[in-house]
Design a binder for this molecule. Structure first.
Ligand code: AFP
Length: 343
């Protein structure tokens, strides 16, 4: 477990423990804990509840549809993306726990207004991942990661605070808004999942110590891109879906929201891949808002995450909206894919 986070070890909370109680118990296990991490986490959780509530009413409140604006990725921004982004910023900025934030929806670093204390943590997030799924009522999610600041304490944070490799993450997680809403997080030692009870308004521990299976039976990739891939990826997909004496054919599942595809991969095992292709030579997924936090969670659960050549957590970011190819999941399945992709 990282000693850079001001919270004690996770240990084993009983199933049914609330997320708040679980965090307070951890805080008490570390004598020098300041409560900063717990406070930041409570704000993230509050934002997740607000977003989850709005997502579940999306069709009712007339919020579906597009704003007409375009975000920094050149994609159309939907109203719920805006709402989720604003909710996280406004919930976290006044808390005094962070000095700067980065969002997939915002081109530049998000400064903390001068009237609020500048905290010791750095928060990065994809406010609503898989937003193409909103209009069809399929799962979407929020992804986040937390680093310690590198700039001197007290003053405003900087771009350098945001451009840190995934191996220095102190905590990462996601909230999946699905048939039930779940928050899954890790500080690097173990991965715990909490299911939301809307009647009570709380997340309850439902999936303690998630361990990804060493090998799964599902592959997850946008196979519509087959003809844009390098030969190695095409060969791997041909191999994985073909039964042989040594293995059955793998099943294909692809939702188009990384949170949902990774959530299944963590629980069931298998592999999620978004390789480079002729349209996206550097890959499509964002290193800081999608790949790094998910790599941190998957490694903490016993899995592997690679860009095809290197460990994703070791990539040194050079730009906020940098993209990367992704091979992530059960260690044996990722090793198989890399044999084809990077022989
Ligand atoms: P959006 O948040 O813009 O919908 O993007 C989702 C995403 O970044 C990731 O969550 C998916 O796995 C991936 O894109 C889907 O991309 P394709 O539509 O190209 O398969």
């Amino acid at each position: 477990m990282s000693s850079r986070v001001s919270i004690g070890p996770a240990e084993t909370s009983p199933v049914g423990t609330t997320l708040e109680r679980h965090l307070l118990d951890r805080q008490r296990r570390m004598a020098e804990a300041t409560g900063d991490f717990t406070g930041l986490f409570q704000q993230i959780t509050l934002a997740a509840k607000i977003i989850g509530s709005r997502v579940s009413k999306a069709g009712l409140s007339g919020i579906l549809g597009r704003t007409g604006a375009t975000n920094v990725q050149g994609e159309q921004v939907q109203k719920l993306d805006d709402f989720a982004n604003t909710t996280i910023v406004s919930t976290v900025e006044a808390g005094g726990h962070v000095c700067v934030m980065g969002s997939e929806e915002v081109e530049e670093p998000i400064a903390i207004p001068a009237q609020y204390p500048q905290g010791k943590y750095v928060l990065q997030f994809d406010p609503l991942d898989g937003s193409g799924n909103i209009d069809i009522n399929a799962s979407i999610g929020t992804i986040f990661s937390i680093h310690r600041r590198l700039s001197p304490e007290g003053g405003p944070g900087s771009l350098g605070d945001l451009l840190q490799p995934g191996r220095d993450i102190v905590a990462a997680g996601y909230i999946v808004y699905g048939s039930s809403n779940m928050l899954v997080y890790s500080t690097g030692d173990q991965v715990d999942g909490f299911t939301y009870d809307p009647g009570v308004g709380e997340f309850f521990l439902s999936h303690p110590k998630i361990r990804i299976p060493k090998r799964g039976g599902i592959y997850s990739i946008n196979e519509g891109n087959y003809h844009s891939w390098d030969e190695g990826i095409r060969n791997w997909v041909d191999w994985i879906k073909t039964p042989s004496e040594t293995k059955p054919a793998y099943r294909l599942r692809y939702i188009g929201a990384m949170v949902a595809d990774l959530h299944r991969t963590l629980l069931r095992g298998g592999i999620f891949v978004y390789p480079s292709d002729t349209k996206n030579r550097k890959g499509k997924l964002r290193l800081l808002y999608e790949a790094s936090p998910m790599a941190f969670l998957v490694e903490a659960s016993g899995g592997t995450a690679s860009d095809g050549k290197n460990r994703i957590l070791d990539i040194e970011p050079t730009a906020l909206h940098q993209r990367t190819p992704v091979f992530i999941g059960s260690p044996d399945d990722v090793a198989d894919a890399l044999r084809f992709a990077a022989p």
